[in-house]
Design a protein around this ligand. Structure first.
Ligand SMILES: *[C@@H]1O[C@H](CO)[C@@H](O)[C@H](O)[C@H]1NC(C)=O
Length: 423
């Protein structure tokens, strides 16, 4: 019997069960001041426990150009388990180190969001994925603790894929909501919660996220909500666990979650909204004023929510020029080389975007202004988590690079271009 199918049938019963959970001795304690004026300022460790070709290009350049795997699933399928494990062990051991956490803390950051795939916890029959990520994740949590950073752990890829993005592990698949895949998802979720909502991590792991970016428009929202509800129930039934539950808005308007998992019946629920302006032709065609205008709209959107709202992914990208950002073999909408889904047309050249030394002073000013405006906008809510901490060569997505090159303000709240919006 598929548990998820029966869960859906008993959805309403479950709701009343959940509201009953806090009746026991509840600490309602969280090791970060969400809602108390303390702002989330964080980075995502992308491209680490879930591979993304555009973040670590070299890993994917070992293959013949006509046959490059498009995601981690195909990466391991191509290499075979033994070689895949050897390569990924080396990657897991080197991509982030204690020094990265020291640098994050020194930059004034207080949060790290760490994506991990379901396959770190459970494997489906026939999966080419390999396991062994969790000791590295544990090590990262210890470093975070050492440097005073709080962590969200995020299930970034679920069985069958919840969005078809390469960053879910399996590109172009949308099969997450079959009964079998939801059932397997619950297994991964339960393992995540059992391991990381445990009291030994409560000082550092402040939130768990049961699914990243479920692609609302192609999924059944009722099942997404049932899955979130189940996550809440499972988390709160874990010994002493009052840690946060971060739920992505599934690309629905942030305010459409204003009647879901609300306090006071539910507590420590965080709405995660992602803000990018480069994944459609209309967006990459915006000029600076239009990018800033949209940023201000995002600030209004987070102001309009009733759950604590964090912009859990955003970047400095004003173009989609980073190589393979749209996926292996796919070009950029900005320079007209994108050929999928309706194609693209020339807006500007990517040639001067790839290498920072070719950025004009105006490019740098625009980038800095966009970053500052976003920080101000997202701090109208609970704050922000930049995507990502480091990359190989995707400079508009690379916090540590942008920090070293004066695009990220230091201290984080200093401003060259104050008040882009009226916040
Ligand atoms: C990306 O992966 C390759 C191959 O594992 C590695 O040698 C390289 O250092 C990585 N890139 C960065 C910037 O760490």
């Amino acid at each position: 019997m598929a548990r998820f199918a029966s869960l859906l049938c008993t959805f309403l019963t479950l709701f009343s069960a959940v509201t009953a959970v806090p009746a026991g001795p509840v600490r309602r304690w969280l090791n970060f001041g969400y809602g108390l004026g303390e702002k989330v300022r964080g980075v995502n460790i992308g491209g680490w426990l879930v591979l993304e070709p555009y973040i670590n290009l070299s890993l994917f350049r070992q293959f013949p150009p006509e046959n490059i795997p498009v995601d981690e699933y195909h990466f391991c399928q191509y290499l075979g388990q033994e070689e895949c494990l050897a390569q990924l062990q080396a990657h897991w051991a080197s991509w982030v180190t204690a020094d990265d956490f020291a640098q994050m803390a020194a930059a004034g950051l207080n949060h790290v969001r760490i994506p991990v795939g379901y396959w770190a916890f459970v494997l489906l029959e026939g999966d080419p994925y390999v396991q062994g990520q969790l000791p590295y994740l544990d090590q990262a949590l210890q470093w975070a603790r050492q440097y005073g950073l709080k962590v969200w752990i995020d299930l970034h890829g679920l069985p069958g894929s919840q969005n078809g993005f390469d960053n879910s592990g399996l590109r172009d698949s949308y099969a997450w909501q079959t009964d079998a895949n939801m059932e397997a998802s619950l297994g991964a979720l339960e393992a995540l919660i059992a391991r990381y909502a445990a009291p030994e991590w409560n000082d550092v792991v402040v939130a768990l996220q049961p699914v990243n970016e479920p692609l609302g428009p192609v999924l059944d929202r009722t099942k997404i909500e049932a899955y979130y509800d189940y996550s809440y129930y499972d988390l709160r039934n874990t010994e002493n666990s009052d840690i946060g539950l971060a739920i992505h808005d599934a690309f629905y308007p942030t305010t459409s979650w204003n009647s879901f998992l609300q306090p006071p019946n539910y507590y420590h629920v965080i709405l995660d909204h992602h803000a990018y302006q480069v994944f459609s032709t209309g967006e990459v065609a915006r000029d600076q004023a239009a990018h800033l205008g949209q940023t201000c709209v995002e600030g209004q959107n987070v102001l309009g929510t009733t759950l604590w709202t964090v912009v859990g992914e955003w970047s400095a990208a004003l173009t989609d020029c980073a190589e393979w950002l749209n996926g292996v073999g796919r070009g950029a909408r900005y320079d007209g080389s994108y050929t999928d889904n309706g194609g693209s047309y020339f807006i500007g050249s990517c040639a001067t975007r790839w290498d920072f030394s070719t950025w004009s002073d105006q490019d740098k000013a625009n980038s800095r202004q966009y970053v500052e405006a976003q920080m101000d906008a997202y701090e109208q809510g609970q704050g922000w988590i930049f995507w990502c901490w480091k990359t190989e060569n995707a400079i508009e997505w690379d916090f540590s690079f942008l920090l070293q090159n004066g695009i990220i303000p230091q201290p984080l709240d200093s401003r060259i271009f104050p008040k882009a919006c009226n916040f």
